[in-house]
Design a protein around this ligand. Structure first.
Ligand code: UGA
Length: 437
């Protein structure tokens, strides 16, 4: 099989498919990325990926190329894993990468084969691409298209791919269904639910799931706003409502809200598609979900400003965390860096620490300063902002850290630190959605 697009989704998918015994060719237009992968080196940080690449590389089941023609000649199944980012100047998704793959691959598809979309796309895209594949493939009905959305999370992508909660396949073809059951045989044998749907339902399952997750996060962050107005504590509230197993406690962590390459752009692309389809009323609530989420960033900036006495001018601020979530080096639409950049504009001097994302952050935000140790970032700080909840930050010694700051003040914007422990070590502590003391 081939896996086209070797970003956070495709590289993991390629390595996991090789791990379960398939012969895999990974393809990307980015020559540097392909060169790294060809040497068995992951081009980004994802826990477990380096070991998996080394193993599958050594086993000879995983190769890489930049040629779509080679891909067409090599594969019986072609997984398309390229990005569908937010289009500039619009909420809609930019489908240029996925269109380019189908246009580049299609004319070379001679043997009977299956093109399988995994990228997140606006509903209706798969049907359009299925027509395009049929038009382009020289041997008429040789090539078919199915849709198989991906639900992996960055940070746990390897496990999510090898042990998925469910497999969803959009196809009307018995042949495509049989091929994908063969591809995923180890997961199906292990009991993973395997659902076959039409193309549109498969596309929608993905955006509906991400919209639900985004809504759950914004719901608890709206509750955090109410808690702030009433002196209540959102962490206890979330704990209590989460014990109702109809609600569940996962994805109820209040704080700085969601970022990354998926949830923010997916809800916006869904809104844009809803308008095109004339069903914008059904999705209007997602505007509110987006607004609540963006307000989290503003509330964090405001809380930090209050903490340092009402103005950032001339203040030194330490920022712990740059990635959009822990266990990732991905900084796409990172709430942490967004907050850091806004505070910088308001006259503060910012030093950012992150466990893995400093290189990416420095490339995108060169005007911020960076430190390789949390304590270095906190040297002389007027306040420390905890913006991405890396496990390592929970293990910091607040007493030792207090000694290097100018004034030991902490804003926990992820509600992940042991606040009494920090207070006992002399810190003035604030957290989003929780009372001041
Ligand atoms: C998300 C979905 O969870 C995956 O199922 C999906 O496959 C993926 O998008 C995708 O479309 O490719 P991901 O973006 O990797 O995965 O990360 P999440 O774990 O969903 O976290 C997203 C954001 O929500 C992060 O910024 C995180 O800090 C934030 N978050 C998460 C909260 O603010 N509160 C929570 O309770 C949970």
């Amino acid at each position: 099989m081939t896996v086209i697009g070797t970003g956070y989704l495709g590289a993991v998918h390629a390595a996991c498919m090789a791990e379960i015994g398939h012969e895999v060719l990974g393809v990307d237009v980015d020559e540097l990325k392909i060169a790294a992968l060809a040497e068995g080196r992951p081009p980004f940080f994802e826990p477990g990926l380096a070991d998996l690449l080394a193993r599958t590389h050594a086993g000879g089941r995983l190769r890489f190329s930049t040629s779509l023609r080679e891909a067409a000649e090599f594969g019986e199944v072609h997984f398309v894993c390229v990005g569908t980012p937010q289009r500039s100047g619009s909420f809609a998704a930019d489908l240029s990468h996925i269109d380019a793959v189908v246009d580049g691959l299609g004319p070379h598809l001679s043997e009977p084969c299956l093109v399988v979309g995994k990228s997140t796309v606006p509903v209706g895209t798969a049907a359009r691409l299925a027509g395009r594949v049929a038009d382009l493939a020289p041997a008429g009905d040789a090539a078919e298209l199915a849709w198989n959305p991906e639900f992996l999370r960055e940070g746990t992508a390897v496990r999510d791919t090898l042990e998925p909660d469910r497999l969803v396949v959009g196809t009307g073809s018995a042949r495509a269904d049989a091929m994908l059951r063969e591809v995923y045989a180890p997961m199906i044998e292990a009991g993973t639910p395997y659902l076959v749907t039409d193309l549109a339902t498969a596309e929608l399952v993905k955006v509906a799931a991400n919209s639900f997750l985004a809504t759950k996060i914004s719901y608890v962050n709206a509750m955090a706003e109410i808690c702030e107005a009433t002196g209540a504590d959102v962490t206890r509230l979330a704990e209590a409502i989460g014990l109702d197993d109809r609600i569940g406690s996962r994805f109820l962590s209040a704080g700085l809200g969601f970022g990354g390459g998926c949830l923010p752009k997916d809800i916006r692309a869904f809104l844009a598609r809803g308008e095109e389809l004339g069903v914008e009323r059904s999705l209007r609530f997602l505007r509110e979900v987006d607004e609540i989420n963006m307000r989290c960033r503003q509330r964090t900036v405001d809380a930090a400003r209050d903490l340092v006495g009402g103005s950032f001018l001339g203040k030194r601020i330490a920022v712990l965390g740059a990635a959009f979530k822990p266990d990732s080096d991905d900084i796409r639409d990172s709430p942490a860096l967004n907050v850091a950049a806004v505070i910088k504009l308001q006259g503060a001097h910012i030093t950012v620490h992150d466990e893995e994302a400093v290189d990416n952050a420095r490339a995108a935000f060169p005007h911020l300063d960076y430190a390789l140790e949390p304590a270095k970032a906190c040297e002389g700080a007027d306040a420390v902002l905890h913006l991405t909840e890396w496990r390592q930050y929970r293990e910091l010694d607040p007493a030792r850290l207090a000694a290097v700051t100018r004034t030991p003040r902490l804003l926990d914007a992820r509600n992940a630190l042991d606040l009494p422990h920090w207070r006992n070590a002399g810190w003035t502590v604030r957290a989003l959605g929780r009372p001041a003391a």
